[in-house]
Design a protein around this ligand. Structure first.
Ligand code: RB5
Length: 149
């Protein structure tokens, strides 16, 4: 884990306006936002965008990632295929906090066809403001890492 305050954002075509709203919000909170698009609404492929964001997190270039597609599910599945990524889809603030506190998640996925902007921003706040608790949870996260070996 790096100590930078850089967050990468990415989405497919289904989530561009919500991603841009989140980008503005996260920047207002003082994080450096790396928004890797896309910016035009043509149909595109969520695995490519999930992978691109995940690689920036896995390399340490960005500390955290926020990715979006219609449901948040497909892009999450792609991101989680990159070694070192722990990404969860959240539609509530409790889960967004817990995936950091217990699972040491380094990426959050949101469904733009599932949550409205107000809830999405609250979910992002919960994710960014939480921290990993370690302890017994570290043992379990290490077990997840071992699955990648
Ligand atoms: C695109 O129509 C849609 O399938 C995609 O955004 C996402 O929901 C997939 O998981």
């Amino acid at each position: 884990m790096t100590d930078n305050r850089r967050v990468v954002l990415s989405s497919d075509h289904a989530a561009i306006p919500l991603r841009q709203a989140i980008a503005a919000h996260v920047a207002e909170l003082g994080w450096e936002v790396v928004d890797i698009g896309p910016v035009t609404p043509e149909s595109t492929h969520y695995p490519a965008h999930g992978e691109a964001a995940a690689r920036l997190v896995a390399s340490g270039d960005c500390r955290l990632g926020i990715i979006l597609c219609g449901t948040g599910q497909g892009i999450m599945m792609a991101a989680n295929k990159v070694r070192g990524i722990r990404c969860g889809v959240c539609s509530d603030t409790f889960s967004a906090r817990m995936i950091r506190e217990h699972n040491d998640a380094n990426m959050l996925s949101l469904g733009a066809r599932v949550v409205g902007e107000g809830l999405a921003l609250d979910i992002v706040d919960a994710f960014l403001n939480a921290g990993f608790e370690g302890g017994r949870h570290a043992t379990r996260v290490d077990m997840i890492r071992a699955l990648e070996a």
